[in-house]
Ligand binder design. Structure first.
Ligand SMILES: C[S@@+](CC[C@H](N)C(=O)[O-])C[C@H]1O[C@@H](n2cnc3c(N)ncnc32)[C@H](O)[C@@H]1O
Length: 272
């Protein structure tokens, strides 16, 4: 029997878009296909067409699909050198602004934005800053809002925090029980969590800083360009854009609209 996935996959994408409004057509195809096939297996259906029928008729199955389709891997103070560069090179400018708006686009379960909440507190920006954290998946946003993380992760997070230039004992930011830590509510209070789809939604506000780290790698060049244009339009004068270690503005149509602020840490500044 011929492999029909080259027909079934576009039909699945159209079906999901028409039924639920999520547009995955411009996600990088090879990794997307692998993840769809993993859902075929996990749901115990015969093929992509059968998965499509399930998703169209069963909203709970669609929820499972959404949570598992995209990669949510994250950690606190991930790439500590980035946070160190942010403290040393970006904070001095932000400190001169009357108010600072920071957008974490693709925040996953919240580790990145909580790291930033700690950083802005230590750098004296907390009273005049607002952190806005968005993701496509309501499932990860619900976890992010709780601010509860496994205690087993704290050893790595503490090391990252120290390497990032952290100024206190990391344990000052959480209460621990046997299995989990609960971050201090004062950190959570600084953050607004909200659903936002980078493919289809408009800019939520004007920002001084946008972090979109380890999200664009899952998009094809067409979608990357669209999202980079959204970020450009969402940044105020000299606004800062922070990408992931494997992402860059090089060879994109937006390259000349930004100056490179720190090439190693993928920090860019909008040219005004
Ligand atoms: C690998 S995580 C990155 C988390 C964090 N930024 C970091 O670097 O640790 C990628 C996140 O992007 C989100 N995402 C994927 N497509 C998206 C879209 N179209 N709009 C908003 N978020 C999206 C996923 O749900 C996932 O939580």
């Amino acid at each position: 029997m011929p492999d029909l996935s080259h027909i079934e996959l576009p039909l699945l994408l159209d079906g999901i878009r028409l039924r639920y409004g999520f547009d995955f057509r411009d996600y990088a195809r090879a990794s997307f296909y692998r993840r769809v096939m993993a859902r075929v297996e996990a749901e115990g259906v015969a093929n992509i067409s059968a998965l499509q029928a399930l998703l169209l008729h069963d909203e709970a199955a669609m929820e499972r699909f959404l949570v598992r389709l995209t990669v949510h891997v994250t950690s606190m103070f991930r790439d500590p050198g980035f946070y160190r560069a942010f403290r040393e090179k970006i904070v001095p400018t932000l400190a001169t602004y009357p108010f600072v708006r920071i957008w974490h686009a693709g925040c996953s379960t919240g580790e990145e934005v909580y790291s930033m909440a700690i950083l802005v507190e230590e750098e004296g920006l907390a009273a005049h800053s607002m952190l806005y954290a968005t993701d496509l998946s309501e499932g990860v946003l619900a976890l992010a809002k709780r601010g509860v993380f496994p205690i087993a992760a704290m050893k790595d997070y503490t090391r990252n925090y120290m390497e990032s230039g952290g100024k206190r004992a990391f344990s000052a930011y959480y209460n621990a029980d046997h299995e989990n830590v609960v971050l201090k509510p004062s950190l959570r209070d600084k953050i607004t969590f909200s659903p936002h789809n980078l493919v289809t939604d408009a800019s939520p506000n004007e920002f001084n800083v946008i972090l979109c780290r380890n999200v664009l790698i899952y998009f094809n060049p067409t979608l990357q360009e669209r999202v980079l244009r959204l970020f450009y339009a969402s940044l105020g004068p000299h606004g800062v854009l922070c990408l992931g270690q494997k992402e860059s503005l090089r060879h994109t149509p937006l390259e000349s609209a930004f100056e490179v602020f720190d090439a190693d840490q993928r920090i860019y500044r909008r040219i005004e």
